[in-house]
Design a protein around this ligand. Structure first.
Ligand SMILES: Cc1ncc(COP(=O)(O)O)c(C=O)c1O
Length: 374
């Protein structure tokens, strides 16, 4: 199977070892096992349980406890709607390879995680890309969608909340999208790995699974729950779709690690504590970032209130890859160039590292900008 290089992952892999400050981070306050155990009612028991755990294969579909906890993140999910996977990255690819075939058509809203166009392309599907625009507040242009959707459109891809823009597509938007998709019998695969990170108001907004009868939600423990090292994710989908996905799953997953299954349940049973901490960190950090950016004459963005990243536009005449390479060479600061997400003159910045370290890194970035461009 031929596939395009995954540009974001390739960039991070190439530059992360030589960076002194990492603005490509998309997680919030990653938890240690001890910190996670302390969130539970009985931390000692968590440690004992882990020490006693026999490391055989786990139950193939994941434990009932884990599946119940995942179902609890949705309004209408039952056990039979859930497929447990290796991260959201595993969830996305499993859903795509299970449902897409050569010559299918799909529509992808960019900017988005590259899986959502390169995997469909690799299976021979025809990908129609819709580039969301900053001047349109990163909103979906439904007229544009109507001009490209047809009876051949098998699947629509959306990421909500969005990496990199931090855009949250609200319930009304998802309903409008579903209404159009319904006419053509099109699936909507919504990558909801940042769901729960709505910084103001209710943290968990409605999932596509609870809105649309052909809605497929993917999620994981990585972002909202601060546990990327568990490599544990899921697909929540209608039962007939789950059946198809499970046929592929047996070739790719077997089961997930037993320790990971157990620790994910501890986190999900204490989700309110983790999620409110994470949204507080995001709220505080975005305010700090916002006041930094408003003093930068050549940078602009739409301030988001969801997710963990911002997509910053700049007006200097330099390609984003060159800018990021030079910045890292001179200062050690690592930022992701917009070109890795098919948007030139943009930078993706993850703003959720500890405030105490973000502040001096932003100051250094400012100095570098003014020395080189102003
Ligand atoms: C939009 C999106 N989807 C999926 C993933 C993969 O997440 P996971 O760590 O759960 O595999 C990421 C990771 O950055 C992401 O940003």
């Amino acid at each position: 199977m031929k596939i395009e290089e995954f540009k974001v992952e390739t960039w991070i892999n190439k530059y992360e070892n030589s960076c002194t400050f990492d603005f490509t981070n998309t997680c919030v306050g990653v938890l240690s096992v001890a910190e996670l155990a302390k969130l539970s009612e009985n931390p000692g028991k968590v440690v004992e349980d882990i020490l006693d755990l026999k490391l055989g294969y786990g139950r193939v579909p994941g434990t009932e406890r884990l599946r119940r906890n995942i179902a609890g993140l949705y309004n209408n999910a039952m056990d039979f709607n859930i497929v447990v996977t290796h991260g959201a990255i595993g969830a996305n690819s499993l859903a795509m390879i299970s449902l897409l075939e050569k010559d299918d058509e799909v529509i992808t809203f960019l900017p988005i995680y590259q899986q959502h166009y390169s995997i469909p392309e690799s299976v021979g599907a025809k990908v129609k890309k819709i580039y969301l625009r900053e001047e349109n507040n990163w909103q979906i242009d439904f007229d544009e969608l109507k001009s490209v959707i047809s009876n051949k459109t098998k699947m629509i891809f959306l990421n909500n909340p969005n990496n990199p823009t931090g855009k949250l597509f609200d319930e009304k938007t998802l309903e409008a999208l579903s209404q159009i998709a319904r006419k053509y019998g099109t699936y909507i695969l919504c990558d909801e790995v940042y769901r729960g990170l709505n910084h103001i108001g209710k943290p968990f907004t409605k999932s596509i699974f609870d809105i649309y009868e052909r809605g497929i939600s993917t999620g994981s423990m990585s972002k909202t729950f601060s546990l990327p090292g568990l490599r544990l994710g899921w697909i929540v989908a209608p039962a007939d779709i789950v059946e198809k996905i499970n046929i592929q799953r047996n070739y790719h997953v077997i089961c997930i690690g037993r320790i990971n299954d157990y620790l994910a349940s501890i986190a999900l049973e204490n989700k309110d504590k983790i999620v409110s901490r994470n949204n507080r960190i995001c709220r505080e950090n975005i305010e700090m970032f916002d006041s930094w950016l408003s003093a930068e004459p050549h940078l602009s963005y739409i301030k988001p209130h969801a997710g963990t990243t911002v997509f910053v536009k700049y007006d200097m005449k330099i390609p984003s890859e060159i800018l990021c390479q030079k910045l890292q060479q001179d200062t050690g600061i690592m930022i992701l160039p917009g070109s890795t997400m098919e948007y030139e003159n943009f930078l993706r910045i993850g703003y959720t590292n500890e405030k105490e370290s973000v502040k001096p890194a932003l100051t250094e970035f400012s100095q570098w900008l003014s020395t080189n461009f102003y």
